[in-house]
Design a protein around this ligand. Structure first.
Ligand code: AMP
Length: 222
């Protein structure tokens, strides 16, 4: 079976994390979530975590050199037989670094999966989002836990991410439009971009992505 090397693109709150979890189960791919990795570094107060801290709290991007080193190392450790990247690349510099690394290893990306959602949907979803320290996600209106403030799955307290507060959401969206959106053209020009409507129900989005990946694999075999 050919390896799947996938990246997920899209604004914060489009549902990348949700789809990533499902796809990683479907295809047995290691999930490499940049935000999760950085939050872990912050929690453990590593040197990288300390450097990333103030950028993340404000909703700004952590500098390329820090993130690139962290992700390329992770791909080298866990992504030999394919990978699913969520939240990386987010800048042209990061995309170039990933492309160079893939070329060097004689590998190539299978697709860039773009999950789109308009700003007003993103703001509504992110401002109501709550999560536990194990990363289980809820929404105060659309997907509330059984007991307020407590994770159904592990009983841990639910909190709001500091970057899910209104000022940080606005900043993250502005940065997305400015720095990450150019990656749509970048991957489109390379024939890798596949688009999905993130305002649809998550099951529908998942079915659509799976169908697209199945077609890509068939095409590869022809
Ligand atoms: P996320 O969980 O993907 O929304 O990421 C949370 C935060 O981590 C972002 O707002 C950034 O501060 C930081 N971050 C995640 N991925 C990257 C990246 N590829 N480049 C720079 N900063 C990132």
């Amino acid at each position: 079976m050919s390896e799947l090397n996938l990246i997920l693109l899209g604004p914060p709150g489009a549902g990348k994390g949700t789809q990533a979890g499902r796809l990683s189960d479907d295809f047995g791919l290691p999930y490499i979530g940049t935000g999760d990795l950085l939050r872990e570094h912050r929690r453990e107060e590593t040197e990288l975590g300390r450097e990333a801290d103030s950028y993340m709290a404000k909703g700004q991007l952590v500098p390329d050199e820090l993130v690139i080193a962290m992700i390329l190392e992770k791909i080298a450790d866990e992504g030999d037989d394919g990978f699913l990247l969520d939240g990386f690349p987010r800048t042209i510099g990061q995309a170039d670094a990933l492309g160079e690394e893939m070329d060097k290893r004689g590998r190539r990306l299978t697709a860039a999966l773009l999950i789109e959602a308009p700003d007003e949907v993103v703001v509504e979803r992110l401002s109501g989002r709550r999560q536990c320290s194990n990363g289980h996600l809820y929404h105060v209106s659309y997907d509330p836990p059984k007991h307020e403030g407590v994770c159904d799955q592990c009983g841990r307290p639910l909190t709001q991410r500091d970057d899910d507060r209104p000022e940080a959401i606005r900043e993250r969206l502005a940065i997305y439009h400015d720095q990450t959106e150019p990656l749509k053209d970048y991957y489109d020009e390379r024939g890798l971009l596949r688009r999905f409507d993130g305002t649809r129900d998550k099951v529908e989005v998942h079915d659509h992505i799976r169908a697209t990946l199945a077609t890509l694999r068939l095409e590869e075999r022809l």
